[in-house]
Design a protein around this ligand. Structure first.
Ligand code: MN
Length: 135
C-alpha cells in the first residue's frame, strides 16, 4: 500500500506514442493525479496556456515540433515559464540530457519508464523541498 501523494497535480503529458500515453496516464492517475494529454507539441502548447498545469511531461521525439522546441516556447512565455518541464526521452545519446536542460527543461527521465520510480520522480517536482531528499 503506497501512501497518498502529497499533492494532487494536474499533469500535462505531451507524447505522440499511444502506449506511452496510456502507461504514464495509468501510473499518475493511480496516484491521484489528473492527466491531460496532447499528441503533438502544438496541441500541448495550446493546452498549457489554457489549463496551466502543475508540471509538464514532454516527449522529445515528436512529429513536427520536437520537445526541445516546445521547451523553448514554454520558457519564453512569462505565464508558462514557471511550470516545471520534465523531458521524457528514449534518446540514449551522449549529451542529450544537456540538450534538454539547455533548452530549459527542469528534469529529464529516460525511457523505458520504470513504473516503480516514475511517479515519485515526477512528484519530486511538485513537493516543496522539505529537508533534504538527496541520497
Ligand atoms: Mn515520441
Amino acid at each position: 500500500m503506497t501512501p497518498a501523494p502529497m499533492t494532487r497535480a494536474t499533469v500535462l503529458l505531451i507524447e505522440d506514442n499511444a502506449e506511452n500515453r496510456y502507461l504514464v496516464t495509468f501510473l499518475l492517475e493511480q496516484r491521484g493525479h489528473q492527466v491531460v494529454a496532447a499528441e503533438s507539441g502544438l496541441r500541448g502548447l495550446d493546452l498549457a496556456g489554457r489549463i496551466t498545469p502543475d508540471v509538464i511531461l514532454l516527449d522529445i521525439q515528436l512529429p513536427g515540433m520536437d520537445g526541445h522546441a516546445v521547451t523553448r516556447v514554454l520558457k519564453a512565455d512569462p505565464r508558462l515559464r514557471g511550470i516545471p518541464v520534465i523531458a521524457v526521452t528514449s534518446y540514449a545519446m551522449v549529451g542529450d540530457r544537456e540538450k534538454c536542460l539547455e533548452a530549459g527543461a527542469e528534469g529529464y527521465i529516460e525511457k523505458p519508464i520504470d513504473p516503480d520510480t516514475f511517479v515519485a520522480s515526477i512528484e519530486a517536482f511538485l513537493a516543496p523541498a522539505e529537508g533534504s531528499a538527496s541520497q
